[in-house]
Design a protein around this ligand. Sequence first.
Ligand SMILES: Cc1cc2nc3c(=O)[nH]c(=O)nc-3n(C[C@H](O)[C@H](O)[C@H](O)COP(=O)(O)OP(=O)(O)OC[C@H]3O[C@@H](n4cnc5c(N)ncnc54)[C@H](O)[C@@H]3O)c2cc1C
Ligand code: SF4
Length: 398
Amino acid sequence: MTAAAPLYLSKIQLKAELDRCLNCKTMPCMNACPVNCNPQEFINHAKQGNYDAAVKTICRSNPMGQTCGLICPDKFCMRACTRSKIDFAVRIPKVQATILENYRTCPPEQTHPRLNGLKIAVVGAGPAGIAAADILSKQGCQVVIFEKSPQIGGALNLIPDNRLPHHVIEKDWNHLPHRSLITLRLNTPAPDPQKLLRQDFDGVIMAGGEPNCRQLRIPGEELCLSYTDYLRNPDRYKTTGKVAVIGGGNVAADCAFTAKANGSAHVEMFVRRRLADMRISKQEYLELISREINVTPLSSPEKIESDDSLLTLFLHKNDWRDNKLTKIPDSTVRLPGFALVIKAVGSYADPQCDNERIVYAGDCKTGGSTIVEALASGQTAAETLLASIKSGKSAACG
Ligand SMILES: Cc1cc2nc3c(=O)[nH]c(=O)nc-3n(C[C@H](O)[C@H](O)[C@H](O)COP(=O)(O)OP(=O)(O)OC[C@H]3O[C@@H](n4cnc5c(N)ncnc54)[C@H](O)[C@@H]3O)c2cc1C
Ligand code: SF4
């Protein structure tokens, strides 16, 4: 098994990555970034040794720049990087994370907003809620964030520590420029948004993510563990026995990595579609191979049975033809001996209502996405809400 990749670049690696940037004037990397972070500019500052300016450039458009640097997938800025046409893309996320880790010593850049008299409720302290609160406070609003859990970060807290240590989320949070205008209420489930409007809030940003796990709807489902229960407390489920993970996205991959790191002798992922359809990056796929995690494509669970303390999984095989997935008749296989079966087949949001002073943001609006898309959505939601309040429109819910 290979060791986990280091989170940050060494000084010499950072220099090498900075030198590889071609300084494109068209800035394809910025245009590909959902929050319009400008790698060409911060890399240029860093090349000249002006790290304060590099830090300011990142933080100007991204309230969670270091967290993004650790977990942004390669499908945004890196995919657009011109250097990839010559050899390999500049490792922009790693450069971004390393600059903020090593050189964020100056206080956040203040913009001295004038209080505009508006009080806004934000429901959820995940990336979308944090980004919305950042924009609203920069515009001079007083913001109250309601967060039902004991910590900020939302779904990011389910990401294993070796990919994203929680203190990095706190570090980004502590660098928000107008924290004094933001009141964070942890352990506080928000009331209904209509009720918040009837209280003294002028508008509500709903950024509650997707708290409900999708079901398999098979007999014996109660015998398996949801990814949220597993990833919230993986030490509780440590086992050296066999572990099955049902699902083919990056959340399922995180479950598999964690089970393997926690000592399981055999971890196997069962994926309904083809390997090519898995919602994971190439890097994650290579890591699955290097950590000897088996991936079985085109298989759907039918039933789970308990046999003493072990679980037996029944799966049927699928076929993929003419862009359609079909079940292969009489293809059921019986796989005994699992200590744990974890399901990671997606999640969904709570029902939503319709009111111009209630704006939805992040995963609850777009479906499961990425941190940087959730941040962009939170920023847009804040602008939309302010525009809506300013134009004085309001409609009843439902
Ligand atoms: C295991 C895992 C791995 C991931 N890996 C990556 C990755 O590598 N790269 C990447 O870019 N993205 C990754 N993601 C996705 C990323 O974490 C999400 O897209 C992002 O967190 C969504 O942000 P959000 O603010 O919309 O929602 P969330 O992060 O889900 O935050 C919603 C918050 O709202 C709170 N809340 C909900 N209802 C209420 C209420 N009524 N009252 C008060 N609070 C409430 C919740 O407690 C939560 O804190 C991963 C997600 C998971 C689960
Ligand atoms: S925020 Fe993410 S996508 Fe945007 S430039 Fe930084 S690493 Fe790339």
